[in-house]
Design a protein around this ligand. Structure first.
Ligand code: PXG
Length: 446
């Protein structure tokens, strides 16, 4: 396998790297020392210089079935040759309906309709718009406020960054959506450091929603959106009882509850949705990533029958003035159906639940390692938080990420937190390799 020859020559030349403005990347740093993948298979990437890298992060939280799985790649190839594209506005194709039914079959309780889009960001903005439209159609159009949470990540659309709680993603972009407020985040290292699974402390933080209701009045609030586990900001788990409390308060005040499950859906926490794992049914769930195991971009919103019915009871004609050219794209639908088949055939959600304690034990064995101030985990998600270096927040985390990569393991860094989220096919020996590499690297850091 001569992978060097597979890599386009232009990337060997510094100028050839200029044109692509890389997303969420330190472009200058990257382009001075590029890291390029040219091939992927199972749990491994191969770099342009022929090194195998164990993927400890399922790409970017998305390749839950592992890389280049034949049943999925073949379904995509076949579909590309049969029908490349079909419009989804006033036209349809069978795979879109089939995939919607399949997703609904997996979904909790009354979530029985799916709106398709192409990414998590689009899913979030779609869900927020559906929430506003729903209240308006029911004659409660004053419900325009949207409530997010500090340290939440809901993608990069204007809706998503407005309800999101990451200052770097917000500060450059003006006033964004108005009328948005935020709940406090649930990370408290002093109270909950080194908790295995959901922390005991913190359910009361959901009561902050009552404060926001008292401040704004429920009649002005459309929806609350939270990630069951906040992934991007370093794996922040819901304290025991917290999501239940949010559900009670939102229900009491007629506020919709949206779970952003872009990361947590499709097996990551050991079941199809985190809503199942944590036993709380929201009114909408946003998903993306794992629905196609990262192979073709796709996202979607699961909505409750009540929401769908409200729109169907409106004036005749188009019920929702929203959609994307590539909503329910045939390649994405083919990939999605093949992916869900594979999850089922290989029992991968159950496998994630079975491997979760192994990841938990391996990660918590890092307690006591130099710099490690917290370890958090649930399902096949984990994070190791390092003490920040004085006057250089994030530097130690970035060095840990780079060090692991150089030693053949891909992890994800956010600030000084290292996140782990392997594909659901991960073997115990691979978990051990990820953790022992991390230990060695972190231990060597200044
Ligand atoms: N919601 C959540 C909860 C997400 O995690 C999005 C929305 C946006 O999805 P798109 O498909 O528009 O990127 C996400 C995306 C990281 C990382 O390192 C996380 C995401 C994307 C890239 C990196 O944690 N999450």
């Amino acid at each position: 396998m001569t992978l060097l020859s597979d890599a386009p020559n232009l990337v060997r030349d510094r100028d050839g790297l200029e044109a692509f403005w890389m997303p969420f990347t330190a472009n200058r740093q990257f382009k001075s020392a590029p890291r390029l993948f040219v091939k992927a298979e199972g749990m491994y990437y191969t770099t342009d210089d022929g090194r195998r890298v164990l993927d400890g992060f399922a790409g970017l939280w998305c390749c839950n079935a592992g890389h280049c799985r034949k049943p999925i790649t073949e379904a995509i190839q076949k579909q590309a040759a049969v029908m490349d594209y079909a419009p989804a506005f006033q036209m349809g194709h069978p795979l879109a309906f089939e995939l919607a039914n399949r997703v609904v079959d997996l979904a909790p309780g009354k979530l029985d309709h799916v709106f398709f889009c192409n990414s998590g960001s689009e899913a979030v903005d779609t869900a927020l718009k559906i929430a506003l439209g729903y209240h308006r159609i029911r004659g409660e159009g004053a419900r325009m406020r949207l409530i997010g949470r500090e340290r939440g990540y809901h993608g990069v659309g204007f809706g998503g960054i407005s309800v999101g709680g990451i200052v770097a993603n917000r500060k450059m972009f003006g006033t964004m959506l108005t009328g948005v407020d935020h709940l406090p985040h649930t990370l408290d290292i002093e109270k909950n450091a080194f908790t295995r699974g959901q922390p005991e402390w913190g359910a009361h933080l959901a009561d902050e929603l009552e404060r926001l209701v008292a401040l704004h009045d429920a009649s002005t609030i459309a929806a609350v959106i939270v990630e069951p586990i906040a992934g991007s900001t370093g794996v922040i788990l819901p304290p025991r009882g917290y999501l239940q409390r949010l559900r009670e308060i939102t229900r009491k005040h007629g506020i919709l509850l949206i779970f952003d499950e872009v990361i947590t859906a499709f097996g990551r926490v050991g079941d199809a949705f985190a809503a199942d794992v944590y036993g709380v049914e929201p009114d909408m769930i946003t998903f993306a990533k794992g629905v196609t195991s990262g192979t073709v971009p796709m996202g979607g919103v699961l909505v409750s029958s009540e929401i769908y019915k409200a729109f169907m009871g409106g004036p005749a004609g188009i019920e929702l003035f929203h959609g994307y050219t590539y909503s329910a794209h045939p390649l994405a639908c083919a990939a999605g159906i093949a992916t869900l088949d594979l999850y089922e055939a290989e029992g991968l959600f159950e496998r994630a639940a079975k491997m979760a304690p192994k990841l938990e034990n391996a990660l918590h064995s890092l307690k006591g390692t130099k710099h490690v101030i917290d370890i958090r985990n649930d399902g096949l998600v984990g994070a190791v938080e390092l003490a920040p270096r004085e006057k250089a927040v994030g530097a130690r985390g970035f060095e840990a990420f780079l060090g692991c990569y150089e030693k053949g393991v891909l992890v994800r860094q956010t600030g000084d937190t290292i996140a782990i989220a392997p594909a659901l096919i991960v073997e115990e020996s691979q978990i051990d390799q990820i953790v022992s590499t991390l230990r060695e690297v972190v231990d060597s850091l200044a």
